[in-house]
Design a protein around this ligand. Structure first.
Ligand SMILES: NC(=O)c1ccc[n+]([C@@H]2O[C@H](COP(=O)([O-])OP(=O)(O)OC[C@H]3O[C@@H](n4cnc5c(N)ncnc54)[C@H](O)[C@@H]3O)[C@@H](O)[C@H]2O)c1
Ligand SMILES: [Fe+2]
Length: 389
């Protein structure tokens, strides 16, 4: 079977990556719309970018309205600003939320209509050139063909996936991630880990994507606890930034599966940050998918060094799942209850969450493909596991 493999046109990594990217960015034109959030402006990250743009006489406007995981109204506003300003290209700087928003704005600018019509849509026309500068080590959005936007009218986190959404340039400077607070460091790092594990255990996995997934899993196991407890360790932050990109490349090509499928509805309805809802779901989902992916989970155990000589494949898979559980515990991942979700509301939404999860297509990529009833049971199990903790 043949497989297509997508990556950004340029990937520029390491300290001062912005400087190295400028000659390529300049080729996109004279007027840039910067898509970001207020925190990035406050922390001076946007200034680091605009200082460089000024050196190259590139005019810019800052749209910093992406102050939560992006909603359709934030995209509408960005499209309006882009169209009024006559911009040549887009730069997203921030976590996955500004980067996804930049892609969604670009898609609507070129293809028309409203972002609310883009769920699962084929994007026909090229976007204006896009530059993605991540400041969290998590989503890998800088190197994925994915954008996730919440339609607040329907309560659905829409998955947009099309090669045209891939950024032209990804600029990955780990220094930007030094200021991420511990809880966000943990949640975004687990998001990256989830991308890699899901890509590796996906029905759509193939060798090119496997290579990135394995590399990401190894790096994350080595470095995530260090960045959680010692956020100023630049070397560990560098490893996590690269791992997040690798995880993004892996899943963008081989797809995510059940965890992301079930995670998006929790984000849309209960506003649990994306990485955290993945982290909450990992244990129940891995236990569910294990019978379909024992060999692959055993490979992951070998990759992180928890497989011992003489173990069966089953024991190897269990060793990997146990290593994940132990890691989540060390990272102090909250339960739904600790996050403040109310029992009656969660239980009431289970049928909607299960059909929205299946409708996204992601659970269908799981090697043990779940039915609607099984997904409902897993949501119930997730709630019950939080009661016990
Ligand atoms: N496109 C993809 O491939 C993809 C993959 C996974 C998730 N996502 C989506 O990405 C979004 C989540 O992105 P995220 O997890 O990066 O979070 P985010 O962009 O929402 O940022 C989370 C918080 O961290 C802050 N922050 C970001 N960088 C910081 C820094 N350097 N220092 C201090 N604070 C900083 C932000 O201001 C924000 O308050 C979700 O909508 C999720 O669905 C997209
Ligand atoms: Fe994710």
């Amino acid at each position: 079977m043949a497989n297509l493999f997508f990556v950004p046109q340029y990937i520029i990594t390491g300290e001062n990556a912005i400087q190295l990217s400028m000659p390529h960015i300049r080729a996109f034109g004279k007027r840039a719309l910067i898509v970001t959030d207020d925190t990035m402006v406050k922390f001076g990250n946007v200034k680091k970018l605009t200082d460089e743009l000024e050196k190259y006489d590139i005019l810019y406007r800052i749209y910093s309205g992406i102050n939560s995981e992006p909603t359709h109204t934030m995209i509408d506003e960005g499209v309006r600003i882009f169209q009024q300003g006559g911009f040549d290209f887009l730069i997203g700087i921030g976590g996955g939320s500004p980067l996804d928003s930049m892609k969604a704005i670009g898609a609507v600018v070129s293809n028309g209509g409203s972002i609310t019509q883009y769920k699962g849509k084929v994007i026909e026309k090229d976007l204006p050139p896009t530059v993605a500068i991540p400041t969290t080590a998590g989503t890998g959005s800088e190197a994925t063909k994915v954008s996730i936007i919440t339609n607040t009218d329907t309560g659905v986190k829409m998955l947009l996936s099309d090669p045209k959404l891939m950024a032209k340039i990804a600029v990955i400077d780990p220094v930007f991630t030094l200021t991420v607070p511990p809880a966000i460091t943990a949640a975004t790092g687990v998001d990256a880990l989830t991308h890699a594990v899901e890509a590796y255990t996906s029905l759509k996995a193939f060798p090119m994507a496997d290579m990135f997934a394995l590399s990401a899993v190894k790096k994350i196991f080595k470095n995530i606890y260090e960045v959680y407890t010692n956020g100023t360790n630049v070397e560990a932050r560098r490893e996590m930034a690269i791992a997040a990109m690798e995880g993004g490349i892996a899943f963008s090509n081989a797809s995510v599966t059940i965890v992301h499928g079930m995670s998006r509805p929790i984000g849309a309805l209960f506003h649990v940050p994306h990485g955290l809802s993945n982290a909450m779901l990992l244990e129940v989902c891995l236990r569910f998918l294990k019978p379909g992916a024992t060999d692959r989970l055993c490979d992951l155990a070998k990759a992180i060094g928890v497989y011992s000589e003489g173990m069966s494949e089953e024991e190897g898979a269990d060793a990997f799942v146990n290593a994940i559980i132990e890691l989540l515990h060390k990272l102090d991942i909250q339960t739904l209850q600790e996050f403040g979700v109310k029992k009656e509301e969660f239980i009431k939404q289970i049928p909607k969450m299960a059909s929205d999860a299946l409708d996204s297509g992601s659970p269908g990529n799981t090697r043990r493909t779940p039915s609607n009833a099984q997904i409902q049971e897993l949501y119930q199990e997730l709630w019950d596991s939080g009661e016990k903790k």
